[in-house]
Design a protein around this ligand. Sequence first.
Ligand code: GTP
Ligand code: MG
Length: 432
Amino acid sequence: MIELASTGRERCVLVGVSTRTASREALADSLDELELLADTAGADVVARMTQDRDRFEPATFIGKGKVDELRALVQEQRIPLVIFDDDLTPVQVRNLETALEVKVLDRSGLILDIFVARARSSEAKTQVELAQLQYLLPRLTRAWTHLSKQFGGIGTKGPGETQIETDRRMIRTRISHLKEKLDRIGQQRETQRKGRRKHLRAALVGYTNVGKSTLLNILSGSDVFVENRLFATLDPTTRYVDLGSGNAILMTDTVGFIRKLPHHLVASFKSTLEEVTEADMLLHVVDVSHPSYEEQIAIVQETLAELNAADRTTLMVFNKVDRLADRGFLGEVARHHPSHVFISATRGINLMGLKEALVALLRQEFREVTVQLSHTEQRAISQLFNITEVTEQRYEGDTALLTIRMAAGDERQVRQLVREAGGSITSAPDPG
Ligand SMILES: Nc1nc2c(ncn2[C@@H]2O[C@H](COP(=O)(O)OP(=O)(O)OP(=O)(O)O)[C@@H](O)[C@H]2O)c(=O)[nH]1
Ligand SMILES: [Mg+2]
């Protein structure tokens, strides 16, 4: 663990390997990002070491010569921490720590560390702890003596084999306890979401540090934490956003994605990320000024697929256009992504365009109509309340008039229902 407050900043070396499939350029890019992650975690990068290899060394990930070189470097410059850009197996970590005599972390371990430091709510803390324990379990060996401190009560002499077994059992118990707790929180969340059904919901998704929270703040006039670091946001925040001309939505900001996001984290953040998977539409925010914005889009799309949200209606929001010296390539970007807007959240460029695009999407995905039914058709009326969003209900004599908003996919069912109940449907007056 990198201790943020107590020990100040820690110095570290980054290590990356380029292979035939991952070019040197891609590696440099990935290491830049790893450096940002290290910085976020409270470590200063003093050196980078890279190696070209066609295959990874099973025992130590990098070749023996490189291990020696690395050892010389960390010993000479008294660097206490080495961070690998790729995930290491528990055995590799152990071998490397033995050979180098300093702490070794991999990318997942580093990301977990940041999540630990940043988790604020009880839910985020629980999710992070679960991910951390699942990451730790296979790595639990003699080297992990600090566990005793973390859990308290365990002997301080450092775990022997029996002690490790006891630790493993404790961790498994703790894991199932945390899972139960998350299930309960998930159910509460579900209830809260149902209560919010009155408004359509949009979720901000995107790579970390692209400006999601900045955008939510500016659209809703709120004050969500923004920082030029990775993973500023862990807990989902939902705000009311007025789109003008009588349209409004609830917009949720949530955790950003990153390449090689540890699998355990995605799994433990499932309930947080359900805010995303259950939204009516997604705003995929992209930092179009970033050199690898295209790869970032692909990574976000992969993560969305993992969450079964790849087919959700999506508006591509290309942010930070103010940082572009040359906007010539935006035409090409627009052709690639038919549903798009270009904006700058900090400069307030084209926010009207964004709102208009959202309203257009709402109209396309959701139809607002007025249903006329005999007031005796209570069953049909209550079904309408179940399937659609009833925005207004009034009576004229024996006739019930319901203004409803329905998803395009539910329209057939609604029409049939109304027909069978002897009612009729007219388009609702355009609110605009
Ligand atoms: N130049 C420029 N900077 C921006 C713009 N929008 C956001 N930023 C900056 O980008 C950085 C990250 O912004 P955030 O809103 O925290 O990004 P995020 O996507 O919420 O990041 P995470 O919560 O870490 O996933 C901050 O320093 C913002 O000031 C923009 O339109 N132009
Ligand atoms: Mg944020």
